[in-house]
Design a protein around this ligand. Structure first.
Ligand code: PMP
Length: 404
């Protein structure tokens, strides 16, 4: 794999900040976009813009065609059984809110229980808390170890006749842990409980096969997989989606509307009310092409190499602690230098041209678990290099004396 060729596809990387070459290590927050994705957005608004599905004219037909082709591309990408199981949303957050709200309406009642883990992003906690408040249900939480590994034995003990759904992430955005979701899904299904997987941090790093996994819902965002912001996916198993009520009312999601009674459209349109982000959906299609052109396994192997190298180099720095040391991780490294506040570390690194994220990363329960205010998080994508990691290490060695 020639990384310099790949880097050339990303125009944003070729710039200086504060006079220093940009080192972009904030990929878990959002990845940069290849030129093909940028061009697709430009092409859409330059030559194709129109509202889909309803139009009787050329542009609407073309746009609809490309939009629906993207649905089939996403279906193939995650190996869903049917394209009608792919619902376009604005992102992971909306996907989870859609499921929480609609699933709860049909399946969750007073005294029921929802299981999440202690390493969830807030967007896989708060929607369930809202549901619990509304329905008089209760949240149960899977704990994790110091290394950042979910306690699967504890999970087994959480199931009872009130359990209605398990919602866990595939990969933790703070710890990088790849969770044993196949095992979790099998366990939940043995209790007849469906499982939602928050795949926001997995989709650009691991092959996802929803049929093989057997998950009931899988949610992800376009912008974390080299695609545009404003588009995401909610995969749901047809049998469940058929039973769930619409999430939002509006255009496109109906079959017939009268003031007496409205009937709903078939899948997936029942869950796609209003005008979608058509250009962004087409951009997602280009992002999938980009990933496929390299191969997700090649991306994973290269990122693993980078992560191992960065971890070994970081651990040589005196007083540096890494949070999240599970054997199976993606390219996310959370750390603290001594007792320095993560924000101070991040600000100094920024002045040296290095973009990292600092804070609780929308995972406050993880910070509480470790008793820390936040971490510095470096996260890598396929266009990052060993040289950039060397730059990070040199920068930390330079700023450490100021922080400690
Ligand atoms: N879940 C996880 C694990 C995430 O990392 C993120 C994004 N930080 C989200 C959910 C939310 O994604 P989005 O902001 O794209 O909706």
């Amino acid at each position: 794999m020639d990384i310099s060729n790949i880097r050339q596809l990303f125009p944003i990387l070729d710039q200086k900040v504060y006079g220093k070459p940009l080192v972009y290590f904030d990929n878990a927050a959002t990845t940069q976009k290849p030129q093909s994705v940028i061009d697709t957005l430009c092409r859409y608004y330059t030559t194709l813009n129109s509202n889909i599905h309803r139009g009787a004219h050329y542009l609407a037909a073309q746009a609809t065609d490309e939009y629906e082709q993207t649905r089939r591309k996403v279906q193939a990408f995650i190996n869903a059984r049917h394209s009608r199981e792919i619902v376009f949303t604005r992102g992971t957050t909306e996907s989870i809110n859609l499921v929480a709200s609609s699933f709860a309406e049909q399946f969750i009642g007073n005294g029921d229980e929802v299981i999440v883990s202690a390493m969830e992003h807030h967007s896989n906690i708060v929607p369930w808390q809202l549901v619990c408040e509304r329905k008089g249900a209760r949240l149960r939480v899977i704990p994790f170890s110091d290394e950042g590994i979910l306690d699967i034995k504890a999970l087994e003990g959480l199931f009872n006749e009130h359990t209605r759904i398990v919602a866990v992430n595939h990969v933790s955005n703070t710890l990088g842990t790849v969770n044993p979701i196949a095992e979790i899904i099998e366990m939940a299904h043995s209790h007849n409980v469906p499982v939602l997987i928050d795949g926001a941090q997995a989709i650009s790093h691991r092959k996802v096969d929803v049929q093989k996994l057997g998950c009931d819902f899988y949610c992800f965002s376009g912008h974390k997989m080299y695609g545009p912001m404003g588009v995401g996916v909610m995969y749901g198993r047809e049998e469940l989606l058929e039973q769930m009520p619409p999430y939002q009312g509006g255009g496109e999601m109906i079959k017939d509307v009268t003031f007496e009674r409205t009937t709903y459209n078939e899948l997936p349109f029942k869950f796609e009310a209003g005008t979608p982000a058509v250009g962004d959906v087409l951009g997602l299609s280009a992002a999938i092409d980009f990933i496929n052109s390299i191969g997700i396994e090649n991306i994973a192997a290269y990122e693993e190499e980078l992560t191992e190298y960065a971890t070994s180099q970081l651990l040589k720095i005196e007083g540096l602690r890494i949070f999240g040391t599970a054997p199976e991780k993606t390219s996310v490294i959370s750390f603290l230098i001594g007792n320095a506040h993560p924000y101070d570390t991040g600000t100094l690194l920024d002045k040296l041209g290095i973009a990292v994220r600092t804070g609780h990363h929308c995972t406050q329960p993880i910070m509480d678990r470790y008793g820390i205010p936040g971490t510095v998080r470096a996260s890598f994508a396929v266009y990052n290099t060993r040289e950039e990691i060397d730059t990070l290490i040199a920068a930390i060695n330079r700023i450490a004396p100021m922080l400690l």
